[in-house]
Design a protein around this ligand. Structure first.
Ligand SMILES: [Zn+2]
Length: 72
């Protein structure tokens, strides 16, 4: 599961940059209370994707994505 995230590229359409951020969100209209969707984003698109979800009133949480081989 984590391998998939660590090698992920940005979720923004057309962007192939390495993801640096994890964006967890939920659509309250269709998702159960404990359901989470995960996007990943590069530095450039983190705010774009977060704002995209926030403008839809979705709960959004952004956390740094740990990179393999990098010091914590
Ligand atoms: Zn990007």
């Amino acid at each position: 599961m984590s391998d998939e995230i660590q090698t992920a590229v940005c979720s923004r359409a057309g962007c192939r940059a390495a993801a640096r951020w994890r964006i967890e969100w939920r659509n309250p209209r269709i998702h159960a209370e404990d359901r989470r969707k995960t996007w990943v984003a590069c530095d450039e698109h983190r705010d774009y994707l977060r704002d995209f979800l926030r403008t839809r009133d979705f709960p959004v949480e952004v956390t740094p994505l740990a990179q393999v081989g990098e010091p914590a």
